[in-house]
Design a protein around this ligand. Structure first.
Ligand code: NAD
Length: 354
């Protein structure tokens, strides 16, 4: 076995159907007096329900969370937290809402209690992001790692199939890159493999039978494992590419991950045998790249970057940006290689079997 170093991240996870009923107890357990409840405008109702459950321990609801945490929104949320004397945040929602909680925690160091409602996985990571003048800065800081995460699959019942599918594929992408990470270790790789297994099994059922709570639970369990993988080890080409496509070309986050991950899996396959072995086992295939493509397609996802806002004339610039600064990847990142990969993803071609 390869030598490794593994630093486990702290954090308490409460998982299960109906676990939202335990939120007030969890907030009390942390000695929180007044928690600001965060959400997107679309999830205001869910946030109000959470605030009501917290009773006197709720400082109120701030419902302006937005994708990629614009710095103006972060400032407004910090001002509101200060004005209300909040000593914690309860983030009810997906990665955008958890991200807003992290922006507040980064400034004030207060605890976050995350109540995830998508499969993005941000709740398990110490990674923050803030967008100013169209440029997203990200960093790692233990201060922003949520203290407690309450996973209640009931909250994902309202997640429509067109969000659930890509969100689940986004989670799978964290797992793929965790397994071949420069800082990979067998504990996280085991979690990542199990995350893919759970998500690949559950997502088709979630899309076909939205009310199936067993499948919703399984998918959320997979998302938890994928978030934990993302939080613990470094990522590579896939996350770099998606960051470029989202940041410089304004493509939607989870949909971009969905269209790109089969191609990055194919690109890295020959250089990442453990990833191929674990992904093959988890997906029941000997062609994980093709299987990821087929899985995403079966979920109704758009598999061509051209369908989600990418312009063909921007592919060269995307390849330039993504290969400007060196970073770790199991297979060397060449400009020609990335340009060809982007071409395949742009046209939504199924990756050829290795
Ligand atoms: P999101 O949080 O933007 O949610 C997408 C939409 O779905 C929103 O309108 C939201 O209100 C709605 N929604 C969420 N849950 C719902 C539910 N159960 N029912 C109905 N509607 C629901 O999307 P996301 O993909 O979860 O997060 C994306 C953001 O998170 C990106 O900015 C990404 O960079 C960030 N992210 C960060 C990390 C990290 O570790 N820092 C990890 C993953 C993603």
């Amino acid at each position: 076995m390869r030598a490794f170093a593994y630093e486990a991240l702290p954090g308490r996870v409460v998982f299960g159907v109906g676990s939202l009923d335990r939120l007030a107890e969890e907030v009390e357990r942390l000695g929180v007096a007044k928690a600001l409840v965060l959400s997107t405008p679309q999830q205001r109702e869910q946030a109000e329900d959470v605030a009501a459950r917290l009773g006197a321990r709720s400082a109120g609801v701030f419902d302006k969370a937005e994708m990629h945490v614009p710095v103006e929104v972060a400032r407004a949320a910090r001002d509101e937290a200060k004005r209300l004397g909040a000593d914690a945040c309860v983030a009810v929602g997906g990665g955008s809402t958890t991200g807003l909680g992290k922006a507040i925690a980064l400034e004030f160091g207060l605890p976050i209690i995350a109540v995830p409602t998508t499969y993005a996985g941000s709740e398990m990571t110490p990674i923050w992001g803030l967008t100013e003048d169209g440029i997203k800065k990200t960093g790692r800081d233990p201060k922003v790692l949520p203290t407690t995460v309450v996973y209640d699959p009931n909250l994902t019942l309202t997640l429509p199939d067109f969000i659930a599918g890509p969100s689940g594929m986004n989670a799978i992408a964290h797992c793929v890159e965790a397994i071949y990470s420069e800082t990979a270790n067998p504990i996280i790789s085991m979690m990542a493999e199990e995350g893919v297994r759970a998500l690949a099994r559950a997502l088709p059922v979630v899309v076909r039978e939205p009310g199936n709570i067993e499948a919703r639970s399984d998918a959320l369990y997979g998302a938890y494992l994928s978030g934990a993988s993302l939080g613990a080890v470094g990522m590579a080409l896939h996350h770099k590419l998606c960051h470029t496509l989202g940041g410089s070309f304004n493509l939607p986050h989870a949909e971009t991950h969905t269209a790109v991950i089969p191609h990055v899996t194919a690109y890295n396959a020959a250089a990442a045998p453990e990833m191929v072995e674990r992904m093959s086992r988890a997906l029941g295939t000997d062609d994980p790249a093709g299987a990821l493509f087929d899985l995403a397609k079966s979920l109704g996802a758009k598999m061509a970057l051209s369908e989600i806002g990418m312009k063909e004339e921007d592919l060269d610039r995307a390849a330039d940006i993504a290969t400007q600064n060196p970073y770790f990847n199991p297979r060397p990142v060449t400009r020609d290689g990335i340009r060809a990969l982007l071409d395949d993803a742009f046209h939504g071609r199924r990756p050829a079997a290795a």
